[in-house]
Design a binder for this molecule. Structure first.
Ligand code: HEC
Length: 110
């Protein structure tokens, strides 16, 4: 009985902790990338032009921090402020996980 109560309490507290209970959803991230980001960053995160940073293979926490910073105004860029402002916290985690999971083409010199 005590074990059961402990399990219930543990389950309840994990459900309440954002980021612990829910893993990022890369399929939802792909859908968001297709809808919004691919025009500049490419669908696989390897932007075709040097004007737009490559996101493929970047650490997911770097990407999500950058997006949260654009959204809050801590990082300023006219284009990305608008893009990040339209994302929910879940969108940010999902799209960051999606781009982080893509193979980077940064070192493809030869
Ligand atoms: C209209 C073009 C455009 C679109 C669409 C766009 N971005 Fe960007 N993005 C940029 C530019 C330009 C920068 C560089 C801004 C800067 O210098 O801070 C950037 C920077 C970023 C960065 C920071 C990269 C780094 O290395 O620090 C992230 C992360 C990012 N974008 C994610 C996204 C996501 C996710 C989407 C879709 C929701 C998106 N962007 C849509 C143009 C765009």
């Amino acid at each position: 009985m005590i074990t059961l109560a402990r399990t219930a309490i543990l389950t309840a507290s994990l459900t309440l902790l954002p980021g612990v209970a829910r893993a990022a959803d890369t399929a939802a991230g792909l859908a968001k990338a297709k809808e919004v980001c691919q025009a500049c960053h490419g669908l696989d995160g390897n932007s075709p032009t040097p004007d737009y940073p490559r996101l493929a293979g970047q650490y997911p926490d770097y990407l999500s921090k950058a997006l949260r910073d654009y959204k809050s105004g801590a990082r300023k860029n006219a284009i990305m402020t608008g893009m990040a402002g339209a994302l929910t916290a879940k969108d940010i985690d999902d799209v960051a996980a999606y781009y982080a999971s893509q193979p980077a083409a940064l070192a493809r010199k030869y």
